[in-house]
Design a protein around this ligand. Structure first.
Ligand SMILES: [Zn+2]
Length: 440
């Protein structure tokens, strides 16, 4: 591919007409540049978004070596770029408070890095009322083009906080391709959820009448097969594979951005990953978001295919909300917050009757409607494996008990309806989770 930002340019410039909403899609980014190599144009890229003077570059030792040093050199002539090398940054609010003070006097903040560095810079600059731009050093996640920041609260809960968009997002594919292979595999895991998230979202839409949007999928439908067919080349740092990875990640983020909801790429599989991040405590293996999402996507694909194989819909019973058990696992305070979310999607009485009737009505159609969304479990697993990513909880290094809990209980955390919910309310989820323990 010659032009890595085809379509992305149109979206950024407000030139892409969304057939679904009958209006031009709007996203809050001024400049997105993805090129094989950005050497020599770093200063210009930043100048284009108004970053000329009094800048600070924020990186860690690794990303400084990967790209930061080159950017610093590029600013040698003007001397307008200071360098702040973070030591083991972590995405929590205390760290952000500390960083805010260190960067407060600058006109612009240039983040150089991926997950955590992007999140802490994004959130600190939002709180400080500063602008920021980011140079990616790896395609490990799609947070570059999201307006939320993933932060851990003092309670241990990890949440997505409303934040802001980078003015500029820049990818040097050669730099990204040189990053350790597990990072691209993680980004691929985060992309792999598309099919299962779409199936979950469609179920929610058909069963509950909630909003569903096709346009976030429309913009990535050409690139996903290109990426998938190159999954095995990610690990060897292939430029084409890395380019498609960044395109799919970026388009995924832009879809969330213009549609205003994250459902297109975050349903049951993200909840499983989220449960691990919030409640693993000492048992968390230190795996990345995308690695967990990749494994959880396979779990969701197996659950969906198991349920959808049946000619008849599952019969739901009243939703069981076991608060004492939630308190035991989550602590009192978080359990209460989760219960308040969980209760919103619980069925009993009339709502239960209605849901069961509706499932009877739509089941045959639903099975047919989701066919175009699907990728077979075997194919998903093969691609994830070839990308170099873990494909089951054992390879993630997560305890069986913990992963089992995540499958069975993650739905308690968010009022977002998925196949986990119908499986649980039908009394099928615990057995399914036990079967998953044997998939390794
Ligand atoms: Zn994700």
């Amino acid at each position: 591919m010659d032009n890595w930002t085809e379509l992305i340019d149109d979206l950024v410039a407000g030139r892409w007409f969304n057939q679904e909403t009958q209006e031009m899609a709007k996203v809050p980014f001024e400049s997105i540049v993805i090129k094989k190599n950005l050497a020599g144009i770093e200063v210009d890229l930043l100048a284009d978004v108004g970053f000329n003077k009094n800048l600070v570059m924020v990186c860690d030792q690794t990303t400084y070596e990967a790209l930061g040093r080159r950017i610093k050199e590029a600013f040698k002539a003007t001397g307008e770029l200071d360098v702040l090398v973070l030591e083991s940054p972590h995405a929590d609010l205390r760290y952000v408070e500390d960083l805010r003070k260190k960067i407060a006097t600058y006109d612009g903040v240039v983040a150089v890095g991926s997950g955590t560095i992007n999140d802490v810079c994004k959130h600190s600059t939002m709180l400080n009322g500063q602008r920021y731009a980011v140079f990616a050093t790896a395609g490990s996640m799609n947070g570059y083009t999201s307006t939320t920041a993933s932060m851990r609260l003092d309670s241990g809960l990890k949440i997505s906080l409303p934040s802001h968009a980078p003015a500029g997002f820049f990818v040097d594919l050669e730099v990204s391709a040189e990053a350790p292979a597990y990072l691209a595999a993680s980004g691929f895991g985060d992309c792999l959820c598309r099919s299962v998230a779409q199936v979950d979202w469609w179920l929610s839409h058909r069963l509950l009448g909630s909003l569903y949007l096709q346009s976030p999928y429309t913009i990535q439908e050409k690139d996903e097969p290109e990426l998938n067919s190159r999954a095995g080349n990610l690990a060897i740092g292939d430029i084409e594979a890395t380019g498609y990875l960044h395109r799919v990640l970026t388009l995924g983020g832009l879809g969330v951005s213009f549609s205003g909801v994250s459902n297109s790429g975050s349903m049951g599989e993200h909840q499983i990953s989220h449960y691990l991040d919030c409640f693993a405590g000492d048992r968390h293996p230190g795996t990345l978001h995308g690695q967990q999402v990749g494994v959880a996507s396979l779990t969701m694909a197996r659950l969906q295919s198991k349920l959808l194989r049946s000619d008849k819909p599952p019969t739901l019973k009243s939703t069981i909300i076991d608060l004492p058990d939630m308190e035991r696992r989550m602590g009192k305070e978080i359990a209460k917050q989760c219960r308040d979310e969980f209760v919103k999607k619980s069925f009993e009485g009339a709502s239960l009757e209605q849901a069961n009737e509706r499932l009877q009505e739509i089941w045959t159609e639903l099975k047919a409607e989701v066919q175009p969304f699907l990728i077979s479990v075997d194919e998903m697993e093969e691609m994830l494996k070839s990308s170099g990513g873990p494909v089951n909880y054992k390879q993630l290094g997560v305890d069986a008990d913990l992963y089992r809990d995540a499958i069975v209980h993650c739905r308690e955390m968010r009022n977002r309806f998925s196949f986990l919910d119908i499986a649980a309310d039908a009394g099928l989820l615990e057995d399914f989770a036990s079967e998953e323990m044997n998939c390794a």
